[in-house]
Design a protein. Structure first.
Length: 175
């Protein structure tokens, strides 16, 4: 692994770590190794809500246990990256192109934006990530693999060009 390479971790990996699923210890070891090698280990800002939701709503963990899980994940020194409008637009594209949820598309969009890899146990997201996907055990979710890419419709939105031009202008403005 090259120093400074970005690796995006999705919530399926975090839940596997917290629940002591078979892939959990290997994921922790890999994250620690990549960190030692100088990799940038990042998550989109919604990651923390997604993990908390998976543990509270789906797994029925009490708040104290969820807080401990968040604290344990925080010890892995995951960098939280806020999703700006440019990443949102990329996520909209990825969502439609690969038929992903907006949440999953945000992980892939962040990996694309940072020219990094994506560590996930989600079958559909792993398929959509293609060569960006880091494999760590079998896909754990029962989702069917994403079909081939689909045509996207967002560019046909009549305001798309003007909106993108506005975003480019804002990004080009100094500080």
């Amino acid at each position: 692994m090259t120093s400074g390479r970005a690796i995006i971790v999705d919530a399926s990996v975090a839940v596997a770590i917290m629940r002591n699923e078979p892939e959990g210890p290997a994921a922790v070891a890999a994250i620690r190794q990549w960190t030692q090698e100088g990799a940038r280990i990042a998550v989109p800002s919604h990651f923390w809500l997604e993990v908390a939701n998976a543990l509270t709503a789906r797994r029925r963990w009490p708040g104290a246990k969820v807080l401990q899980a968040v604290h344990d994940l925080d010890r892995l020194r995951l960098e939280t990256i806020e999703l700006d409008r440019a990443l949102l637009i990329l996520a909209i594209d990825m969502s439609e192109r690969h038929r992903l949820t907006a949440y999953d598309a945000a992980y892939l969009s962040l990996a694309v934006a940072l020219d990094g890899s994506l560590l996930t146990l989600d079958a559909r997201l792993r398929t959509a990530a293609g060569s960006r996907a880091l494999h760590m055990g079998p896909a754990r979710l029962s989702e069917t693999p994403a079909p081939d890419e689909h045509a996207v419709t967002w560019p046909s939105y009549k305001g798309a060009s003007a909106y993108l031009a506005q975003l480019r202008a804002e990004a080009a403005r100094p500080g």
